[in-house]
Design a protein around this ligand. Sequence first.
Ligand SMILES: [Zn+2]
Ligand SMILES: [Zn+2]
Length: 501
Amino acid sequence: MRCPVIVKAILLLTLAALAPPATGAEYRDGKLWLDILLNSGTELTVTAPPGKAPGFLLSETDSPIQKRIPESFSIRLANPEKLAYWGVLRYSEPWREDSGGVMREQFAWRDSQLVIDRLNLVYDEFDYPDRESACLRAAELGLGRNQVESIPMLNSTVVVRTASGEKHYFETPLSLHSFGPLRIDGSKLDFEGEFRVKTSNGQVLISQVIDLEEYLAGVIQNEIGSNAPAEALKAQAVAARTHAVNLLLSNKHKSEGYDLCSGTHCQVYKGKHLQNQAILDAVRQTAGEVALYLDGVAETTYHSACGGKTESSANVWKGSPRDYLNGVECLPASAGFDLSSEKGIRAWIGTPLSFPDMSSWEKASLSWSKSISKAALARNLGLSYINRIVINKRGASGRILDISFYGSGSVNLNSEYRIRQAFGGVSSSAFYIVGGFSEANGRVTISPGATLNLKGRGSGHGVGMCQVGALRMARQGSSYREILERYYPGVKISKLWIKDE
Ligand SMILES: [Zn+2]
Ligand SMILES: [Zn+2]
Protein backbone atom coordinates (compact mmCIF):
# COMPACT_ATOMS: atom_id res chain seq x y z
CA MET A 1 0.00 0.00 0.00
CA ARG A 2 1.41 3.31 -1.08
CA CYS A 3 0.15 6.59 0.29
CA PRO A 4 1.25 10.11 -0.53
CA VAL A 5 2.73 11.81 2.47
CA ILE A 6 2.78 15.45 1.52
CA VAL A 7 0.74 16.52 4.51
CA LYS A 8 2.75 14.43 6.91
CA ALA A 9 5.99 15.44 5.25
CA ILE A 10 5.14 19.07 5.84
CA LEU A 11 4.37 18.21 9.43
CA LEU A 12 7.70 16.45 9.68
CA LEU A 13 9.53 19.37 8.11
CA THR A 14 8.01 21.79 10.56
CA LEU A 15 8.77 19.52 13.47
CA ALA A 16 12.25 18.81 12.27
CA ALA A 17 12.87 22.51 12.12
CA LEU A 18 11.39 23.13 15.57
CA ALA A 19 12.26 20.04 17.50
CA PRO A 20 15.63 19.32 19.02
CA PRO A 21 17.50 16.43 17.43
CA ALA A 22 16.10 13.04 18.31
CA THR A 23 19.25 11.95 20.10
CA GLY A 24 20.99 13.25 23.17
CA ALA A 25 24.55 13.15 21.92
CA GLU A 26 26.28 16.44 22.58
CA TYR A 27 29.39 18.00 24.06
CA ARG A 28 28.39 19.94 27.15
CA ASP A 29 30.56 21.21 30.04
CA GLY A 30 33.59 19.44 28.54
CA LYS A 31 31.79 16.10 28.65
CA LEU A 32 30.34 13.89 25.95
CA TRP A 33 26.68 13.18 26.74
CA LEU A 34 25.04 10.11 25.23
CA ASP A 35 21.56 8.72 24.84
CA ILE A 36 21.59 5.07 25.99
CA LEU A 37 18.51 2.95 25.34
CA LEU A 38 17.41 1.18 28.53
CA ASN A 39 14.23 -0.52 27.37
CA SER A 40 11.63 -0.56 24.63
CA GLY A 41 8.23 -2.14 24.24
CA THR A 42 4.61 -1.49 23.39
CA GLU A 43 4.02 -0.63 27.06
CA LEU A 44 6.66 0.09 29.72
CA THR A 45 6.22 0.50 33.46
CA VAL A 46 8.34 2.88 35.53
CA THR A 47 8.64 2.32 39.28
CA ALA A 48 10.94 3.12 42.18
CA PRO A 49 12.97 0.31 43.80
CA PRO A 50 11.22 -1.40 46.77
CA GLY A 51 11.25 0.75 49.89
CA LYS A 52 11.78 4.02 47.97
CA ALA A 53 9.05 6.55 47.27
CA PRO A 54 8.41 7.05 43.56
CA GLY A 55 8.57 10.61 42.24
CA PHE A 56 8.83 11.66 38.61
CA LEU A 57 8.54 14.73 36.43
CA LEU A 58 7.45 14.27 32.82
CA SER A 59 7.93 17.24 30.47
CA GLU A 60 7.18 17.64 26.79
CA THR A 61 10.33 18.72 24.99
CA ASP A 62 8.50 20.92 22.46
CA SER A 63 6.06 22.64 24.82
CA PRO A 64 5.84 23.94 28.39
CA ILE A 65 3.57 21.03 29.40
CA GLN A 66 4.85 19.09 32.37
CA LYS A 67 3.39 16.93 35.09
CA ARG A 68 4.68 15.72 38.41
CA ILE A 69 3.78 12.07 39.02
CA PRO A 70 4.21 10.87 42.60
CA GLU A 71 3.61 7.17 41.88
CA SER A 72 4.52 4.33 39.53
CA PHE A 73 3.17 4.60 36.00
CA SER A 74 2.96 2.79 32.71
CA ILE A 75 3.39 4.39 29.33
CA ARG A 76 2.18 3.31 25.91
CA LEU A 77 1.32 4.71 22.51
CA ALA A 78 -2.16 6.21 22.23
CA ASN A 79 -2.57 4.99 18.63
CA PRO A 80 -0.09 2.18 18.14
CA GLU A 81 -1.36 1.12 14.72
CA LYS A 82 -0.57 4.51 13.20
CA LEU A 83 2.99 4.84 14.27
CA ALA A 84 5.19 2.72 12.09
CA TYR A 85 6.30 4.57 8.99
CA TRP A 86 8.95 3.15 6.73
CA GLY A 87 10.64 5.18 4.06
CA VAL A 88 13.55 5.09 1.68
CA LEU A 89 16.44 7.40 2.50
CA ARG A 90 17.50 8.84 -0.86
CA TYR A 91 20.50 10.79 0.36
CA SER A 92 21.83 12.91 3.18
CA GLU A 93 23.64 16.24 3.05
CA PRO A 94 25.10 18.62 5.62
CA TRP A 95 22.38 20.35 7.66
CA ARG A 96 21.82 24.04 7.05
CA GLU A 97 19.45 26.39 8.80
CA ASP A 98 17.14 26.37 5.77
CA SER A 99 17.29 22.60 5.23
CA GLY A 100 13.87 21.14 4.71
CA GLY A 101 14.20 17.49 5.65
CA VAL A 102 14.69 15.55 8.83
CA MET A 103 17.75 16.38 10.92
CA ARG A 104 19.93 13.62 12.25
CA GLU A 105 23.15 13.86 14.18
CA GLN A 106 25.90 11.44 13.24
CA PHE A 107 29.27 10.79 14.77
CA ALA A 108 32.37 11.17 12.61
CA TRP A 109 36.13 11.15 13.14
CA ARG A 110 37.85 14.27 11.81
CA ASP A 111 41.36 15.55 12.54
CA SER A 112 41.75 12.89 15.25
CA GLN A 113 38.63 14.09 17.06
CA LEU A 114 35.12 12.76 17.54
CA VAL A 115 32.74 15.28 16.01
CA ILE A 116 28.96 15.34 15.82
CA ASP A 117 27.75 16.21 12.35
CA ARG A 118 24.26 17.43 11.61
CA LEU A 119 22.80 15.90 8.49
CA ASN A 120 19.70 16.68 6.52
CA LEU A 121 18.02 13.40 5.55
CA VAL A 122 16.09 13.46 2.32
CA TYR A 123 13.53 10.66 2.08
CA ASP A 124 11.67 9.38 -0.92
CA GLU A 125 8.25 11.01 -1.37
CA PHE A 126 6.33 7.86 -0.38
CA ASP A 127 6.24 5.99 2.87
CA TYR A 128 4.78 2.68 3.97
CA PRO A 129 3.32 1.06 7.05
CA ASP A 130 5.65 -1.95 6.77
CA ARG A 131 9.30 -2.50 6.01
CA GLU A 132 8.83 -4.96 3.14
CA SER A 133 6.81 -2.53 0.99
CA ALA A 134 9.48 0.12 1.55
CA CYS A 135 12.11 -2.42 0.47
CA LEU A 136 10.22 -2.99 -2.81
CA ARG A 137 10.20 0.76 -3.39
CA ALA A 138 13.94 0.92 -2.65
CA ALA A 139 14.52 -1.79 -5.28
CA GLU A 140 12.46 0.27 -7.79
CA LEU A 141 14.75 3.21 -7.11
CA GLY A 142 17.84 1.05 -7.46
CA LEU A 143 18.68 1.53 -3.76
CA GLY A 144 19.64 -1.18 -1.26
CA ARG A 145 17.59 -2.44 1.69
CA ASN A 146 20.02 -0.63 3.96
CA GLN A 147 18.49 2.65 2.74
CA VAL A 148 15.13 1.62 4.21
CA GLU A 149 14.51 3.21 7.59
CA SER A 150 11.84 3.75 10.13
CA ILE A 151 11.05 7.46 9.72
CA PRO A 152 11.40 9.24 13.06
CA MET A 153 8.07 10.50 14.35
CA LEU A 154 8.58 13.34 16.74
CA ASN A 155 5.07 13.94 17.95
CA SER A 156 3.50 10.61 18.82
CA THR A 157 0.89 10.76 21.54
CA VAL A 158 1.56 8.53 24.51
CA VAL A 159 -0.74 7.63 27.40
CA VAL A 160 0.68 7.67 30.89
CA ARG A 161 -1.43 5.69 33.34
CA THR A 162 -0.58 6.07 37.00
CA ALA A 163 -0.80 3.31 39.62
CA SER A 164 -3.98 4.89 40.98
CA GLY A 165 -5.60 4.90 37.52
CA GLU A 166 -5.18 8.53 36.40
CA LYS A 167 -4.47 9.02 32.71
CA HIS A 168 -2.34 11.75 31.16
CA TYR A 169 -1.61 12.34 27.50
CA PHE A 170 1.72 13.69 26.23
CA GLU A 171 3.42 14.30 22.91
CA THR A 172 6.86 12.76 22.50
CA PRO A 173 9.76 13.31 22.85
CA LEU A 174 9.49 13.64 26.63
CA SER A 175 12.04 14.37 29.31
CA LEU A 176 11.67 12.14 32.34
CA HIS A 177 13.28 13.25 35.55
CA SER A 178 13.34 10.84 38.46
CA PHE A 179 13.73 12.26 41.97
CA GLY A 180 15.32 8.97 43.06
CA PRO A 181 16.41 5.75 41.36
CA LEU A 182 13.97 4.21 38.92
CA ARG A 183 13.34 0.74 37.52
CA ILE A 184 11.79 -0.12 34.18
CA ASP A 185 9.45 -3.03 33.50
CA GLY A 186 10.18 -5.02 36.65
CA SER A 187 13.94 -5.12 36.06
CA LYS A 188 16.08 -5.20 39.21
CA LEU A 189 18.48 -2.64 37.75
CA ASP A 190 18.36 0.86 39.21
CA PHE A 191 19.08 3.95 37.15
CA GLU A 192 19.41 7.54 38.30
CA GLY A 193 19.46 10.83 36.46
CA GLU A 194 17.81 12.18 33.34
CA PHE A 195 15.82 10.07 30.89
CA ARG A 196 14.01 10.47 27.61
CA VAL A 197 10.85 8.89 26.31
CA LYS A 198 10.56 8.55 22.54
CA THR A 199 8.66 6.41 20.11
CA SER A 200 10.15 4.54 17.21
CA ASN A 201 8.64 1.98 14.92
CA GLY A 202 5.50 1.50 16.99
CA GLN A 203 7.32 1.14 20.33
CA VAL A 204 7.95 3.29 23.37
CA LEU A 205 11.65 3.80 24.11
CA ILE A 206 13.09 4.90 27.45
CA SER A 207 16.70 6.00 27.32
CA GLN A 208 19.08 7.59 29.78
CA VAL A 209 20.99 10.77 29.00
CA ILE A 210 24.34 10.21 30.65
CA ASP A 211 27.91 11.35 30.23
CA LEU A 212 30.33 8.87 28.71
CA GLU A 213 32.36 8.47 31.92
CA GLU A 214 29.39 7.63 34.10
CA TYR A 215 28.13 5.24 31.42
CA LEU A 216 31.50 3.45 31.47
CA ALA A 217 31.27 2.89 35.21
CA GLY A 218 28.02 1.03 34.47
CA VAL A 219 29.77 -1.01 31.76
CA ILE A 220 33.05 -2.18 33.27
CA GLN A 221 31.38 -3.52 36.41
CA ASN A 222 29.97 -6.33 34.23
CA GLU A 223 33.19 -7.05 32.43
CA ILE A 224 36.02 -7.89 34.74
CA GLY A 225 34.41 -8.12 38.19
CA SER A 226 33.96 -5.21 40.56
CA ASN A 227 36.65 -6.64 42.87
CA ALA A 228 39.37 -6.79 40.22
CA PRO A 229 42.73 -5.16 41.02
CA ALA A 230 42.86 -1.44 40.21
CA GLU A 231 45.21 -1.59 37.21
CA ALA A 232 43.11 -4.31 35.54
CA LEU A 233 39.97 -2.22 36.06
CA LYS A 234 41.75 0.79 34.56
CA ALA A 235 42.87 -1.22 31.50
CA GLN A 236 39.28 -2.42 31.13
CA ALA A 237 38.00 1.16 31.44
CA VAL A 238 40.26 2.35 28.59
CA ALA A 239 39.34 -0.68 26.43
CA ALA A 240 35.61 -0.19 27.06
CA ARG A 241 35.82 3.59 26.46
CA THR A 242 37.67 3.00 23.19
CA HIS A 243 35.14 0.35 22.19
CA ALA A 244 32.31 2.79 23.00
CA VAL A 245 33.86 5.43 20.72
CA ASN A 246 34.07 2.82 17.94
CA LEU A 247 30.43 1.92 18.49
CA LEU A 248 29.45 5.60 18.34
CA LEU A 249 31.36 6.04 15.08
CA SER A 250 29.42 3.16 13.54
CA ASN A 251 26.17 5.15 14.15
CA LYS A 252 24.33 1.82 14.47
CA HIS A 253 21.28 3.07 16.33
CA LYS A 254 20.97 6.61 14.96
CA SER A 255 18.01 5.76 12.76
CA GLU A 256 16.24 4.42 15.86
CA GLY A 257 16.87 7.69 17.70
CA TYR A 258 19.52 6.86 20.30
CA ASP A 259 23.29 6.34 20.48
CA LEU A 260 23.91 2.93 22.09
CA CYS A 261 21.76 0.12 23.38
CA SER A 262 22.43 -1.37 26.81
CA GLY A 263 22.63 -5.04 25.73
CA THR A 264 25.36 -7.27 24.30
CA HIS A 265 24.77 -5.79 20.82
CA CYS A 266 26.68 -2.70 21.98
CA GLN A 267 28.15 -3.04 25.51
CA VAL A 268 26.18 -4.32 28.49
CA TYR A 269 25.27 -1.31 30.66
CA LYS A 270 23.56 -1.92 34.01
CA GLY A 271 23.43 1.48 35.70
CA LYS A 272 24.72 1.52 39.24
CA HIS A 273 23.94 -2.14 39.77
CA LEU A 274 27.36 -3.36 40.95
CA GLN A 275 29.23 -0.10 41.18
CA ASN A 276 31.75 0.40 43.93
CA GLN A 277 34.52 2.88 44.68
CA ALA A 278 37.17 0.82 42.82
CA ILE A 279 35.15 1.02 39.59
CA LEU A 280 34.52 4.75 39.94
CA ASP A 281 38.23 5.32 40.65
CA ALA A 282 39.28 3.28 37.59
CA VAL A 283 37.05 5.40 35.36
CA ARG A 284 38.08 8.70 36.99
CA GLN A 285 41.81 7.94 36.93
CA THR A 286 41.69 7.15 33.20
CA ALA A 287 39.11 9.85 32.37
CA GLY A 288 38.83 10.47 28.63
CA GLU A 289 41.62 8.06 27.72
CA VAL A 290 41.16 5.97 24.58
CA ALA A 291 43.55 3.85 22.52
CA LEU A 292 44.49 5.32 19.14
CA TYR A 293 46.38 3.66 16.34
CA LEU A 294 47.96 5.97 13.76
CA ASP A 295 45.30 8.66 13.31
CA GLY A 296 42.28 6.52 14.13
CA VAL A 297 40.56 4.86 17.06
CA ALA A 298 41.94 1.37 17.72
CA GLU A 299 39.49 -1.53 17.81
CA THR A 300 40.03 -2.62 21.39
CA THR A 301 38.14 -5.89 21.40
CA TYR A 302 38.47 -8.05 24.50
CA HIS A 303 37.45 -11.48 25.73
CA SER A 304 37.48 -13.58 28.90
CA ALA A 305 40.55 -15.79 28.39
CA CYS A 306 42.80 -16.44 25.44
CA GLY A 307 44.12 -19.70 26.87
CA GLY A 308 47.83 -18.96 26.31
CA LYS A 309 48.16 -16.76 23.22
CA THR A 310 45.70 -14.28 21.74
CA GLU A 311 44.28 -14.69 18.23
CA SER A 312 44.63 -12.52 15.15
CA SER A 313 41.52 -10.49 14.32
CA ALA A 314 41.93 -11.37 10.64
CA ASN A 315 41.63 -15.07 11.54
CA VAL A 316 38.45 -14.62 13.55
CA TRP A 317 36.63 -11.90 11.61
CA LYS A 318 38.19 -12.33 8.15
CA GLY A 319 38.91 -8.59 7.79
CA SER A 320 42.25 -7.16 6.82
CA PRO A 321 44.93 -7.76 9.47
CA ARG A 322 45.53 -5.05 12.07
CA ASP A 323 49.05 -4.56 13.37
CA TYR A 324 47.91 -4.26 16.98
CA LEU A 325 45.52 -7.25 16.80
CA ASN A 326 47.76 -9.90 15.32
CA GLY A 327 47.91 -12.12 18.39
CA VAL A 328 50.43 -12.00 21.23
CA GLU A 329 51.78 -14.33 23.88
CA CYS A 330 49.75 -14.00 27.07
CA LEU A 331 51.00 -16.80 29.32
CA PRO A 332 54.80 -16.86 29.13
CA ALA A 333 54.72 -20.67 29.52
CA SER A 334 53.02 -20.94 26.09
CA ALA A 335 56.13 -19.54 24.37
CA GLY A 336 57.62 -22.87 23.29
CA PHE A 337 54.38 -24.20 21.75
CA ASP A 338 53.18 -23.85 18.15
CA LEU A 339 49.46 -23.78 18.99
CA SER A 340 48.44 -23.76 15.32
CA SER A 341 49.61 -27.38 15.05
CA GLU A 342 47.59 -30.31 16.40
CA LYS A 343 50.60 -31.68 18.30
CA GLY A 344 51.38 -28.24 19.72
CA ILE A 345 47.87 -27.52 21.05
CA ARG A 346 47.57 -31.04 22.54
CA ALA A 347 50.91 -30.66 24.31
CA TRP A 348 49.98 -27.17 25.59
CA ILE A 349 46.55 -28.21 26.89
CA GLY A 350 48.24 -31.18 28.57
CA THR A 351 50.69 -28.89 30.40
CA PRO A 352 49.45 -28.23 33.96
CA LEU A 353 49.04 -24.57 34.95
CA SER A 354 48.89 -23.29 38.48
CA PHE A 355 47.75 -19.84 39.57
CA PRO A 356 46.89 -19.97 43.24
CA ASP A 357 45.49 -16.42 43.38
CA MET A 358 43.03 -16.94 40.50
CA SER A 359 39.29 -16.90 41.09
CA SER A 360 37.21 -19.93 40.12
CA TRP A 361 35.82 -18.27 36.95
CA GLU A 362 39.33 -17.44 35.82
CA LYS A 363 40.47 -21.05 36.33
CA ALA A 364 37.36 -22.42 34.60
CA SER A 365 37.85 -20.20 31.57
CA LEU A 366 41.54 -21.05 31.35
CA SER A 367 41.15 -24.86 31.25
CA TRP A 368 37.99 -26.84 30.63
CA SER A 369 36.70 -30.22 29.41
CA LYS A 370 33.38 -31.14 27.89
CA SER A 371 31.76 -34.13 26.18
CA ILE A 372 29.28 -34.32 23.36
CA SER A 373 27.79 -37.43 21.73
CA LYS A 374 28.53 -38.01 18.08
CA ALA A 375 24.75 -38.10 17.47
CA ALA A 376 24.24 -34.67 19.09
CA LEU A 377 27.10 -33.18 17.08
CA ALA A 378 25.57 -34.56 13.85
CA ARG A 379 22.19 -33.08 14.82
CA ASN A 380 23.75 -29.67 15.49
CA LEU A 381 25.18 -29.80 11.97
CA GLY A 382 21.91 -30.89 10.35
CA LEU A 383 23.33 -34.32 9.43
CA SER A 384 21.89 -37.72 10.36
CA TYR A 385 25.34 -39.14 11.14
CA ILE A 386 29.02 -38.28 10.87
CA ASN A 387 32.02 -40.58 10.67
CA ARG A 388 34.94 -38.26 9.89
CA ILE A 389 36.07 -34.84 11.10
CA VAL A 390 38.82 -32.86 9.37
CA ILE A 391 40.43 -29.87 11.08
CA ASN A 392 41.65 -27.69 8.21
CA LYS A 393 43.09 -24.75 10.13
CA ARG A 394 43.95 -23.57 13.63
CA GLY A 395 45.02 -20.00 14.45
CA ALA A 396 47.96 -18.76 16.51
CA SER A 397 45.93 -19.19 19.73
CA GLY A 398 45.11 -22.82 18.82
CA ARG A 399 41.50 -21.92 17.98
CA ILE A 400 40.00 -24.10 15.26
CA LEU A 401 39.11 -21.71 12.42
CA ASP A 402 38.11 -24.14 9.68
CA ILE A 403 36.67 -27.62 10.14
CA SER A 404 34.79 -30.13 7.94
CA PHE A 405 32.42 -32.90 8.93
CA TYR A 406 31.61 -35.90 6.71
CA GLY A 407 28.83 -38.49 7.05
CA SER A 408 25.30 -38.42 5.64
CA GLY A 409 26.51 -35.24 3.91
CA SER A 410 29.35 -32.81 4.39
CA VAL A 411 29.41 -29.55 6.33
CA ASN A 412 32.22 -27.03 6.49
CA LEU A 413 32.41 -24.40 9.24
CA ASN A 414 34.87 -21.51 9.11
CA SER A 415 33.67 -19.26 11.90
CA GLU A 416 35.06 -19.85 15.38
CA TYR A 417 31.68 -18.90 16.85
CA ARG A 418 29.76 -21.42 14.70
CA ILE A 419 32.32 -24.08 15.54
CA ARG A 420 31.76 -23.47 19.25
CA GLN A 421 28.00 -23.71 18.73
CA ALA A 422 28.27 -26.96 16.74
CA PHE A 423 30.12 -28.62 19.61
CA GLY A 424 27.35 -27.65 22.03
CA GLY A 425 28.35 -24.10 22.95
CA VAL A 426 31.89 -24.67 24.20
CA SER A 427 33.83 -21.73 25.67
CA SER A 428 36.35 -21.48 22.85
CA SER A 429 37.42 -23.33 19.73
CA ALA A 430 40.91 -23.89 21.20
CA PHE A 431 40.27 -27.53 22.03
CA TYR A 432 41.21 -31.00 20.86
CA ILE A 433 39.20 -34.22 20.62
CA VAL A 434 40.71 -36.84 22.90
CA GLY A 435 41.93 -39.91 20.95
CA GLY A 436 43.95 -40.64 17.85
CA PHE A 437 44.31 -38.50 14.72
CA SER A 438 46.17 -38.61 11.45
CA GLU A 439 47.79 -35.65 9.76
CA ALA A 440 48.49 -34.99 6.09
CA ASN A 441 49.16 -31.73 4.23
CA GLY A 442 48.46 -29.71 7.37
CA ARG A 443 44.98 -31.26 7.77
CA VAL A 444 44.06 -33.34 10.80
CA THR A 445 41.61 -36.23 10.37
CA ILE A 446 39.71 -37.77 13.28
CA SER A 447 37.33 -40.79 13.26
CA PRO A 448 35.23 -40.02 16.33
CA GLY A 449 33.79 -42.61 18.72
CA ALA A 450 30.22 -42.51 20.09
CA THR A 451 31.24 -39.77 22.56
CA LEU A 452 33.68 -36.98 21.83
CA ASN A 453 35.67 -35.85 24.85
CA LEU A 454 36.96 -32.31 24.37
CA LYS A 455 39.79 -30.67 26.28
CA GLY A 456 40.20 -26.95 25.79
CA ARG A 457 41.71 -23.67 26.93
CA GLY A 458 40.28 -20.19 26.87
CA SER A 459 36.90 -18.51 26.68
CA GLY A 460 35.71 -16.20 23.94
CA HIS A 461 37.09 -15.25 20.54
CA GLY A 462 40.62 -14.67 21.81
CA VAL A 463 41.16 -11.33 20.01
CA GLY A 464 42.63 -8.32 21.83
CA MET A 465 42.83 -7.97 25.60
CA CYS A 466 42.54 -11.18 27.59
CA GLN A 467 40.72 -10.32 30.83
CA VAL A 468 42.21 -13.24 32.77
CA GLY A 469 45.63 -12.15 31.51
CA ALA A 470 44.97 -8.52 32.49
CA LEU A 471 44.01 -9.65 36.01
CA ARG A 472 47.16 -11.76 36.28
CA MET A 473 49.39 -8.93 35.05
CA ALA A 474 47.79 -6.48 37.49
CA ARG A 475 48.32 -8.88 40.41
CA GLN A 476 51.96 -9.20 39.35
CA GLY A 477 52.40 -5.43 39.49
CA SER A 478 51.93 -4.26 35.87
CA SER A 479 50.34 -0.88 35.24
CA TYR A 480 47.23 -0.50 33.09
CA ARG A 481 49.33 1.05 30.34
CA GLU A 482 51.64 -1.98 30.35
CA ILE A 483 48.58 -4.26 30.14
CA LEU A 484 47.16 -2.31 27.17
CA GLU A 485 50.58 -2.21 25.48
CA ARG A 486 50.87 -5.98 25.77
CA TYR A 487 47.49 -6.80 24.21
CA TYR A 488 47.35 -3.92 21.70
CA PRO A 489 51.02 -3.40 20.81
CA GLY A 490 51.71 -0.03 19.20
CA VAL A 491 48.56 1.82 20.28
CA LYS A 492 48.83 5.26 21.87
CA ILE A 493 46.67 6.27 24.84
CA SER A 494 45.25 9.77 24.34
CA LYS A 495 42.54 12.01 25.68
CA LEU A 496 42.87 14.66 22.97
CA TRP A 497 40.05 13.17 20.88
CA ILE A 498 37.33 15.01 22.83
CA LYS A 499 36.27 18.11 20.98
CA ASP A 500 36.31 21.04 23.35
CA GLU A 501 33.63 23.32 22.03
ZN1 LIG B 1 23.35 -1.87 20.22
ZN1 LIG C 1 45.30 -14.76 28.05
